[in-house]
Design a binder for this molecule. Structure first.
Ligand code: HAM
Length: 436
């Protein structure tokens, strides 16, 4: 029979070995910082009804038109793997009655998302988002608070040189006037736009502004800017946000080209961008979406949020040489000689683990030399060898794997449960640990 070789699907990643340290480092930072800002975790399904995404992300967006993984299983309505977290999070907020609780409701999530895009560095088909959503405040102070949270997270990762760009894309009223202005600006230039943009001019003119095609970008350079079309309310909202950011000493650049690729945004939009990971440098994107909750069938409620791509955060940290925390390694490796010692080592390991210590002994049948090599390889901090002599004398020599120092210890019934104090005495250089 032919041997089948399987490979992971294009645009996905395995996380193995030391790589997980990076994920744990970043996950610890994002969750602890979100909690400091009063956000609680929510967990939502990996797939939702396709119509949820069509209605929220928008049926003219690339995400919905080209990138969703959708299936219709056994006659059910069509379902799609989530391409992002906001739609599902808002569905959950509504469905679980959080709109009846006191505002603001602040939720965060860590989840995988799926988009059928062309894979490249920092762009995957399955990727991971950390997202925060705040529901129930239309005050620009909530915009500032969210931006401040995103910035604190980025600062805590230790990466440098990340730029914050902000913009306002107004409410449906100002947007309508702006869209007209855009259409008339592009009217005599349509033929030079890419096919996508020719389409977008009809379905989603705002997106023409941030097309990455060189020619479109050139043409869009002198296009009208939305900030000139904001109504008084949207304009004042943006000004107050800027006053808050200034007071909080958060540096930003107003960039009228930031329009975001999802349809639900209103007023504030923002992105944190690095130049250190190539063309996919947007680490974090977000904004206000005051119309979404009503669009999903609930009472009109303002909301906003952001999401960060964890792969992009990690990539930036790697490229900038930021240190990741190391996962804990084995506290004590017990090497053995003979079956009685093997059984004793099993007992000791079990007691040490009960006591919260990471202990290992041989369970694959290595010889003594190979056992010590293995102890070294797994980064054991201490080791000891048990053989007949140790069993008879109820003592053993503990080795500090870092400097080779040895110390005689008592191997009685309390050894495992007093392991920490045995170590402290050893490390402090107490003369006679044996008497502990
Ligand atoms: P988004 O800009 O589509 O916004 O995605 C947010 C972040 O996810 C991006 O800034 C990027 O870091 C990461 N990302 C997106 N696509 C990929 C990909 N193919 N591969 C790797 N990373 C990717 C949203 O998804 C909104 N839901 C954000 C939001 C939350 N707005 C309000 N609340």
């Amino acid at each position: 029979m032919a041997i089948l070789k399987f490979q992971r699907p294009n645009g996905t990643q395995d996380v193995v070995g030391k790589q997980i340290d990076k994920w744990h480092t970043v996950e610890d930072i994002v969750t602890s910082e979100a909690q400091v800002y009063g956000f609680s975790e929510i967990r939502i399904p990996t797939f939702e009804s396709t119509s949820l995404f069509v209605r929220s992300v928008g049926d003219s967006t690339d995400v919905v038109q080209k990138e969703m993984y959708s299936v219709s299983a056994k006659g059910d309505a069509e379902l799609s793997l989530r391409p992002e977290g906001t739609a599902g999070a808002m569905r959950a907020v509504i469905e679980n009655g959080l709109l009846n609780e006191s505002f603001p409701q602040k939720v965060y999530y860590l989840l995988s998302c799926f988009r059928h895009e062309k894979p490249q560095a920092g762009r995957l088909r399955e990727f991971h988002q950390f997202g925060c959503e705040m529901v129930g405040s239309q005050d620009p102070r909530s915009d500032a608070e969210l931006i401040s949270l995103a910035k604190s997270i980025i600062d805590r990762t230790g990466i440098k040189g990340v730029e914050l760009y902000i913009n306002s894309i107004g409410c449906p009223n100002c947007r309508a006037r702006f869209t007209e202005a855009l259409k008339s600006y592009f009217a005599d230039k349509q033929d030079s736009l890419c096919d996508n943009c020719k389409n977008r001019l009809e379905t989603n003119p705002l997106r023409v502004i941030d097309c990455k095609e060189e020619n479109c970008a050139k043409i869009a350079k002198d296009a009208p800017i939305i900030l000139d079309y904001l109504c008084d309310e949207c304009s004042e909202h943006f000004e107050k946000l800027k006053r808050c950011l200034d007071a909080m000493e958060i540096k930003y650049t107003v960039n009228p080209k930031i329009v975001r690729g999802l349809d639900y945004y209103t007023k504030t939009v923002f992105e944190f961008v690095t130049t250190d990971i190539g063309s996919q440098g947007t680490i974090c994107g977000g904004g206000r979406y005051d119309g979404l909750i009503e669009q999903l069938g609930a009472k009109s409620t303002p909301a906003m949020g952001f999401a960060m791509g964890l792969e992009r955060l990690i990539l930036t940290m790697e490229n900038q040489g930021v240190e990741f925390k190391n996962e804990p390694t084995c506290d004590l490796y017990i090497a053995t000689l003979g079956e009685k010692a093997e059984i004793k080592a099993m007992q000791l390991c079990s007691q040490l683990r009960e006591n919260g210590n990471m202990a290992e002994c041989d369970i694959v049948g290595r010889g003594l030399k190979a056992e010590m090599k293995y102890a070294d390889k797994i980064g054991a901090k201490f080791s000891m060898v048990i053989g007949d002599y140790e069993l008879e004398s109820s003592s053993a020599r503990l080795r500090n794997m870092k400097n080779g120092e040895l110390s005689e210890i008592k191997l009685d019934g309390s050894f495992a449960y007093n392991f920490e104090s045995v170590l402290v005495s050893f490390l402090l250089g107490a003369d006679d640990i044996f008497k502990q």
